[in-house]
Design a protein around this ligand. Structure first.
Ligand SMILES: Cc1ncc(COP(=O)(O)O)c(C=O)c1O
Length: 365
């Protein structure tokens, strides 16, 4: 008889576990600080907290959590479809965009197939790909973190099923030009997955392109500008032929009743969204202006900025900030990011001031 451990899929062994930003609990336990003194700028969450209307919707829904939600979160899906300007049968949902990615892997990936991933970038696409048995093909972004689109196109093989593009890219914050996306999508039958998790903070979305091609999917989330990271609501705009297959393979009831109610309320709360986006605009400028004299600051269209603290090591700089109760993200765990990059979520004006003071002290010395 085989050992149970031998039954594990080989592909799982190659996975490096997802590294999240540090939580408030980690820091309270590790540094003896009080939760109220911690400034959490390591996970690109919304520093304004949730929309009060979403919180109210959660409370109202609490009495009915013994009942299943609708199987496909239809009410929220229709509202999101209107938000992105597409028909309902081109919008799919998942437990976070991570959940959407999981279902796409089920649809397109099996052992022997591959996906192209420009690095450094958000790591879950690689994890989900490997878990499904696919092989990642990494193409390093250029020095300014732009995607070398010709290299990507020349890396496409018969085995390529998916190509991951992240715009604005996590952790670098830059976006990909429309012409590059069009050139790539036209050059292949493989599915191009354009991750627009941070697009509400950017100058432009490319979601409109989905209607023009059979092989472009645009992923979105309610975790960032909509302030619902804790509820796990992701969605994607897909060509209708993918919608039909997706609905067969996705987890039923993936979006909880609470999430649907809060999602609808948050989507409706335009004031909250505008405040969120204004806060990021102002904070991004403030951080960039006040840190540029101390380190390289990359131009960002996300709700975060990336700084290069070399020759200092990012882990040392992050540690210095943690001691002061400020959580930012050491990017060492991002493939091909090196050991000098730190990602900082744009906070409230007070939080941004704290982070600037602490970094000026650390980087100036
Ligand atoms: C680029 C990118 N895509 C997707 C996600 C995952 O989003 P969700 O919370 O919807 O799973 C994140 C989360 O940080 C992200 O940075």
């Amino acid at each position: 008889m085989t050992n149970s451990k031998d039954l594990l899929k080989k592909s799982i062994k190659g996975i490096a576990e997802y590294v999240p930003g540090k939580s408030t609990e980690d820091i309270v336990a590790g540094y003896g600080l009080r939760p109220e003194d911690i400034v959490k700028l390591g996970s690109n969450e919304n520093p304004l907290g949730p929309s009060t209307r979403a919180v109210e919707a959660v409370r109202t829904m609490a009495d009915s959590i013994s009942v299943y939600p609708s199987v496909d979160a239809g009410e929220l899906r229709r509202a999101l479809a209107a938000y992105v300007g597409y028909p309902e049968d081109m919008v799919v949902m998942g437990a976070g965009m991570d959940g959407v990615v999981d279902t796409l892997m089920r649809l397109f990936v099996q052992p022997g197939t591959s996906a192209i991933i420009p690095t450094p970038t958000f790591s879950y696409f690689e994890i989900a790909l490997r878990a499904a048995g696919g092989t990642p093909v990494f193409v390093k972004r250029q020095d300014d973190y732009s995607v070398p689109i010709k290299t990507i196109i020349s890396s496409i093989e018969d085995s390529t099923r998916l190509i991951y593009l992240c715009s604005p890219n996590n952790p670098s914050g830059n976006t990909i030009p429309e012409d590059d996306v069009r050139a790539l999508v036209k050059s292949t039958n493989a599915i191009v997955f354009l991750d627009e998790a941070y697009v509400e903070f950017a100058s432009k979305s490319l979601v409109g392109l989905v209607s023009e091609y059979d092989n472009l999917v645009v992923g979105r989330t309610m975790s960032k500008a909509m302030g619902l990271a804790g509820l796990r609501i992701g969605y994607a705009v897909v060509p209708n032929w993918i919608f039909r297959e997706y609905m067969k393979a996705t987890t039923p009831f993936a979006i909880s009743r609470i999430a649907v109610a809060a999602g609808l309320a948050a989507l409706d709360d335009v004031d909250y969204r505008e405040k969120t986006i204004d806060n990021v605009d102002v904070g991004r400028k403030f951080l960039t202006e006040h840190l540029s004299g101390y380190c390289r600051v990359y131009q960002s269209e996300g709700n975060f900025i990336l700084i290069d603290v070399s020759p200092k090591k990012s882990k040392d700089v992050v540690e210095m900030l943690l001691k002061k109760g400020i959580i930012v993200r050491d990017c060492t765990s991002f493939r091909d990011a090196g050991d000098g990059l730190v990602r900082i979520t744009v906070g409230t004006p007070d939080q941004n001031k704290l982070v600037v003071d602490a970094l000026q002290g650390t980087l100036g010395s």
